[in-house]
Design a protein around this ligand. Sequence first.
Ligand code: GLC
Ligand code: GLC
Length: 639
Amino acid sequence: MPNTIAQLLAEPALLQREAETLLKRHSASLKTAAKSSWPALQPRLAQVLPELLGLYLQLYGDLFDCYYQLEQLLKLLAKSAAQRPEYLQAEDAAPQHWHKSNQALGSACYVDLFAGDFEGLKQRIPYLQQTGINYLHLMPLFKAPEPNSDGGYAVSDYRSTMPTLGTMAQLSSLMQELHQQGIRPVLDFVFNHTSDEHRWAEKAKAGDPAYRDYYFFLTEAERDRYAPTLREIFPEIRRGCFTQDKASGLWVWTTFNSFQWDLNYANPAVFSAMAEEMLFLANQGAAVLRLDALAFVWKEAGTNCENLPKAHLLIKAFNAVARIAAPALQFKSEAIVHPDEVVKYIAPNECQLSYNPLLMALLWNSLATRKTRLLTESLQRRFAIDPHCSWVNYIRCHDDIGWTFDDNIAWQLGMNPDHHRQFLNHFYTGQFPGSFASGVPFQQNPVTGDCRVAGMLASLAGVDKAEAEQNQQHLDHALARIYLLNSIILSIGGLPLLYMGDELGLRNDYSYVNDPAKKDDSRWVNRVAVTESQLAEATQAKTLSGRIYQQLQHLVKTRASLPVLGDGTTRILTTDNPHLFSFERELQGQRLRVVANFSEHPQYWHGENGQTFTDTLTGAKLSSGAVPLAAYQVLWLIS
Ligand code: GLC
Ligand code: GLC
């Protein structure tokens, strides 16, 4: 009698034996497919297959062709391993803890806006190196519908690039060059949906039942089983989460835009097909894949279809696939959801890296309120993660700012979370009296009143208003806010990620309103082009860009001299001054204390009595008692 799935899942030894049997049965054909990669692949298969099998059975064990599908997947892993370039195989053999370094520094850019095309980007490598960048997220660059593709997040073919950027071969060569220059390339893995022009979608539209099963083609009744509990992501563009297919009259699941078709992962053929695309991207040279919209990948009626347990199983299965066929590949989670859910994606066998949207949102919150309690209390609960994983700490990205904090903590601090979010939206869109910010609203929901904010770092931090007023003090404050935000993401622990153009203090670009394909998506206000002459200003200390860039460089260089700001632990501290934020880093007995003033008024910090400190940012010697901090000042203290 073969074991039942329940028995296999309950008993690790049985699962192990089942995996061994499976491997033995297929090892001859896998060996042939894997070619010269077999000696490296075989032990990895032996090690990871029990885990992959367990995940696979939980996802697909009920299907009659589960084992057949799994065997197809294994063949694909062997084939992909055979195609892996030699320089990446060398990476595969090395442990991947580069993201723990005190010199790890990331940037995200659109290839066209930053450098025109792939060849142009090669010319910009010296600028990246001068800035200290060693992790570069190349924003979506795949073939996509024209003119609107949600900034490339509607992919029509994962193996072709946008022709205006260059060819896939040029992208591959660029990524190899980046590796050689010490910069890890990061690509998006847009796996929740394809565009409606992907060949799978085209076949589905034509009525091919195998490809209809790649997506959700629902009758009205089926649609209505799901619809009532779903959140609307782009309510200004379109209501609801479904789009009617003209030919069949059926409803296609489209969480985002109507041209972004959600994939149906309950179908194991979709898992295999996307695993193949994923390994293709890894073999082109991606060191990290950013798992786009990963919270949405599993659907179940009666839920909000976000963060479901099977979404985690699915991502873990992709991770196991990567550890077998492309082990150097790391995953970055893009879960912009409740903080309790964000952390659940972070694990060595799920996503080794994750955006830190809580820190992002609450840094902006602290600047608006000049208070740090919500930041402190929230991070005390939600900053600690597995020591092998890293936060990706950012101030801005290509998307909007959503105010994703835990309502319970807000209530405990005496704040009504909804009212507070309204305040933040008013503040950052510049409507609140006295606000320093120039942002624009994004996706106002007419029913819930919910809204998010878009804008470049400098504009949100107050540069635009200060310049318009020609107010020197306000401009100094705006620059001090930028410095403060940068100082936190560079010291709190994790990989700091800069958004291209923010390092130079580039401002909002409102020209998107003249482009019919962009005018309804205000995130384009913070997707700006970077010109040659703007880059040249980096080294001109007298220009505004030069000042911002060089202040950032000072932080980057100071950090690079302090190992404790790399692979250390972080303790978020409570201070007795509501305007100060403080934490302590520790590495092998070395300690560094950060104290930051989130208000434009001078504050005092009270250290433990009798201690003396050096501020590593200024070299100043300070003795505790009452340590003064100027407007927005930050201290990196060692004793
Ligand atoms: C992610 C991207 C965003 C895109 C969405 C749908 O959130 O960052 O730009 O609109 O996914 O793919
Ligand atoms: C993301 C997030 C949402 C974000 C959007 C892109 O997946 O869940 O908050 O705003 O997609 O804008």
